[in-house]
Design a protein around this ligand. Sequence first.
Ligand code: COA
Length: 749
Amino acid sequence: MNDRGNRQALRIERREDNTAVIWFDTPDSPVNTLQAGFDEEFNRVLEALAADKDLEAVVLISAKEDFIAGADIKLLNTFSSAEEARGLSKTAQKVMDRLETFPVPIVAAIHGVCLGGGLEVALACQGRIASKSDRTRLGQPEVKLGVIPGAGGTQRLPRRVGLEAALEMILSGKAISANKARALGLVDDVVPRPVLLEAALQHARKLIRKREEEKAGPPQRGMQDCIKNCIKMLSLRNLRRLLLEKNSPGRSLLFSQAKKKVLARTHGNMPAPVRAIEVIRAGIDQGLEAGFKVEADAFGELAISPQARNLMALFLAQTALKKDSGTDAQVTPRQVHKVGVLGAGLMGSGVAYVSAAEAGLPVRLKDMDNEKLRGGLRSIWNSLAEQVKRRRMAPRERDRALALIRPTTSYSGFGRADVVIEAVAENIDIKHQVLREVEAHGGPEMIFASNTSSIPIHKIAEASKHPETVIGMHYFSPVPKVPLLEVITTEKTAPWVVATCVALGKRQGKTVIAVRDGAGFYTTRILAPYINEATHLLAEGVSVKDIDKALVKFGFPIGPLKLMDEVGIDVVQKISKVLNEAFGDRMKPASVLEELIAANRFGKKSGQGFYRYQKVKGVYRGKGDQIDKSVYQLLDIKPHKKLEADEIAMRCVLPMINEAVHCYGDGILRSARDGDVGAVFGLGFPPFLGGPFRFIDARGVNNIAGQLTHYQERLGERFTPAPAFAELAKQGTGFHDEKAPPPPGEAHS
Ligand code: COA
């Protein structure tokens, strides 16, 4: 494949028993992918096998740990036209067709990930056997990259697992386990990994026998077979398929429900899932050939869409971050054998959870009294139980993770912790106190990491005897779910400390960005002006509903006012004060916050904020579906101002991305890549827009600076464009351009 000399990804092993094994082993790559030229290679192998007249059965298996991770995303990201992408899809379809119609049965032996084009290869084989392993996952994740399966997957998957299950898999992009795949009929059997190859060969022989029997005429069935078949037909899944999928009104219902669900989730921002529904439908209504054609057309158009480009860029950024140590210095992270966590509240218990359940590390969890510890352990238990319920964890693993967490009200056991992460109250005096206590119990190289969301780390480090070991590890709530960790380094933080904490974060399952210290670091700093602008809009008379709806339509998971309710209005106010002090009028909060706090409306935790919440078992819960209209009276606002949703969204987004550019210019960020990843994975910035910097690049640096200036003239200094805009405009580059001046970064070396 490609320009790899004689090194090929596919190798045939001819066996004496007239079987052959195709070993898939992409050269120079940790995973198997379908790279440029894969068609030629498949054709070469299939021709060689076709010439072997004695051949009876073939198995396709990976020589690596995983089966196939799909098409090469770097390749998908380089199409210059829809025509070119459509061409690739057609080529892939032809290869799959050749596999499917190969005269000798080819069975895919699947262990590890079998995703995207990988699953399409497996679907085109005549049989599929999967290994009984947690590592084995099968899925069509293309919509997560802004495209759809382009090698026949939209046509073969519904025919194999049924329409409803195929829609679920293709539209969600979620992968399923081997057992689920067997239940759906996606794989024919699940076997222990050591016998995978042999089981696949046996299955291929079974397929030959079946073909021969079919040739000989219809089988004579006994009474027992008939009963078995009837029971199978009457299974709930089959009945459902009969009722919904085997007739036109039932199918129409499935398609319209699927579309409704997709639009409710994506607000029309993502063309891929909508196109996927159309393509699947075309194949079912008009037949396979028409389905393949529509699939290739849609794949071609989607592959060059801005959404796909942005989502693929995010995947590549995330992959690059997996290898980034967080520092430009050549250092090796130190081994972490044990973690200490201070504070068993929501954040502390979340940090303990990811340290034990994800990283597999022993954790000492300290709080002031047993009541608080009990609360923390309960919340850890709930997270673990949820994993078990979703079958992402076995009860055995849950018990093991729980056993790793040792609660304490003293510092006993902290002496041997390599990293202590504090999640105590957001108060500098308390942070100083716990820092001194931790240092009194540990050695000079014990790392002290603060989970503060706003206090500058260098201020916390002032109380330390060895500030080179003090760092920020900023997790996001709920810690088990939000994928980002922001590591904050001061000028004094030692590079080995940075590398160790970044590596720890990755073990905890996080995507980690390392940023330079400063008020609000990166994520809090860009979130504050966004939320602040929402309160300005509210004060001007735009309704809570219109504000939140506009930002959800823009692509955020929840609106800014709902977000304030979730975070706590008092917490937002505290952070706003810190940022206002650091950055002056640009971050001056609207008076709304003070008034809400004076009325004891702290958001969800107090049952009232912008929305109203119900108390269940003593705790306020619920999504806050109802806006609490008394907020208008309290703030003396008449919600009569009507603005276009686009204008509302841009009013909030512009200050956010402007602040991101300030962070770039101030050297808080190490790269535009980190800024994009931080905003998307930490704050829910719409992934299909790629992040603040890709958003600016797409719209144009001058265009965004112009929009900011427009609002600056109307609404004041908080919209003044950050200086880096002018610098980039002068150079004529975007932030992701190779020629873009990098952010000042001496603090990271
Ligand atoms: N195309 C190109 N490269 C891929 C790839 C793909 N589909 N899948 C994985 N890789 C590469 C990564 O870029 C990385 O490359 P590098 O070592 O040169 O940086 C390497 O494989 C390892 O991937 P990584 O993500 O670091 O390993 P992991 O074990 O954490 O995860 C996967 C492995 C396969 C689960 C994950 O990479 C993944 O989800 N890949 C995308 C799968 C996909 O969406 N396929 C459909 C494509 S249409």
